[in-house]
Ligand binder design. Structure first.
Ligand SMILES: [Cu+2]
Length: 341
């Protein structure tokens, strides 16, 4: 293997010497007006091709974009994304034109002389101040949005859920009647206590853990949910794309954020955008002879955390508060599940 590597290196060095001598021999060859004219026109054609690709991709790729944000907080992420995308789009459109059109316009011609142009304070001021102001606005909005999801001090009657990650599964624990989660630590993991909850903590017994066999996380619509993330083993990342939310799950510490679900799963399924996307997916599935797909919110792992990372996901179901309360009431407490008195 090592011998092959040395052969590769020797070949690479040989090729570079050959290329260098070739280039040195070209020194005497000067491009003719005809060459320059062809190259200049090719620049224009390339510009047209670039614009056509841009427009095609914007339209054709739109179908794989996510539907409208399913959380109130996520609307601002979409705003930020759209504003940034429009700004970049305009700059890119203009810059490409300037680059390629001027390369064409000033293509080499006998007798042409370049204009010596030292500097312009006015121009420099414009291209320094404009991006600076735009960036300050964008970063300011971004920081405001960061606080919007990270500062949970003003949340009124939030629902508190612990999301626990491990290779390769998610678990969820609700804070129970006292809305306070009991302490957790890997040292308490034993038998059915898969999340390592400290059952000697008074806040633990009324906590409710979703089934590990078929885990589904229920969320009430219109109520702020505070998520607290823990990891049992390695870095994972809790990604809930429809709510525009993602947070690293770090072993040894608790990370958190909050958002308010805006649409129930049922409402989301009826949205024309989602209906259209689902139909598109099902067309492909039918062709492959696969079961039809139905829209569901998901919690995915977005950190390559090991061999089965791709399968690490949990279904999320958003329902009206009343339906949530009914479901929640039916769940056994951890005290009952683990038979702790
Ligand atoms: Cu993971």
């Amino acid at each position: 293997m090592l011998a092959l590597f040395y052969i590769f290196i020797a070949v690479a060095i040989g090729v570079s010497f050959w290329q260098i001598t070739r280039i040195l021999n070209f020194r005497t060859v000067i491009a003719t007006d005809k060459d320059n004219d062809t190259q200049g026109k090719l620049f224009l054609w390339f510009l047209a091709f670039l614009y056509a690709m841009m427009i095609y991709c914007l339209i054709a790729m739109n179908v794989i974009m996510l539907p409208e944000s399913a959380s109130f907080e996520g609307e601002h992420d979409d705003n930020l994304f759209n504003i940034t995308f429009i700004l970049i789009g305009i700059v890119q459109f203009v810059m490409q034109f300037l680059l390629f059109y001027f390369s064409f316009k000033y293509r080499g011609k006998k007798g042409n002389k370049a204009l010596f142009y030292a500097d312009s304070h006015k121009l420099e001021a414009i291209w320094t101040i404009t991006p600076a102001v735009v960036l300050v606005v964008l970063i300011g909005y971004g920081l405001w949005q960061w606080n919007n999801i990270m500062d949970l001090s003003d949340a009124e009657d939030p629902l508190i859920i612990e999301v626990y990650s491990k290779q390769f599964q998610w678990e969820a624990r609700y804070a129970g009647a006292d809305n306070t989660l009991g302490r957790g630590n890997v040292n308490f993991i034993k038998g059915a206590n898969t999340m390592g909850v400290d059952m000697s903590d008074v806040n633990s017994k009324d906590d409710k853990k979703v089934s590990s066999i078929d885990p589904v996380m229920y969320l009430p619509k219109g109520r702020k949910v505070i998520f607290k993330f823990r990891s049992q083993d390695v870095l994972h990342s809790a990604y809930m794309p429809h709510f525009r939310a993602q947070m690293n799950c770090v072993p040894g510490m608790v990370t958190e954020f909050g958002f308010t679900p805006k649409f129930t799963t049922e409402e989301m399924r009826q949205q024309s955008e989602v209906v259209e996307k689902t139909a598109g997916i099902n067309k492909i599935r039918a062709a492959k002879g696969e079961e039809p797909y139905e829209f569901d919110y998901v919690l995915l792992c977005n950190k390559i955390c090991g061999a089965s990372h791709y399968g690490m996901q949990m279904k999320i179901v958003v329902v009206e508060q009343a339906e949530f309360d009914k479901w929640y009431g039916e769940q056994p407490t951890l005290g009952e599940q683990l038979a702790v008195k």
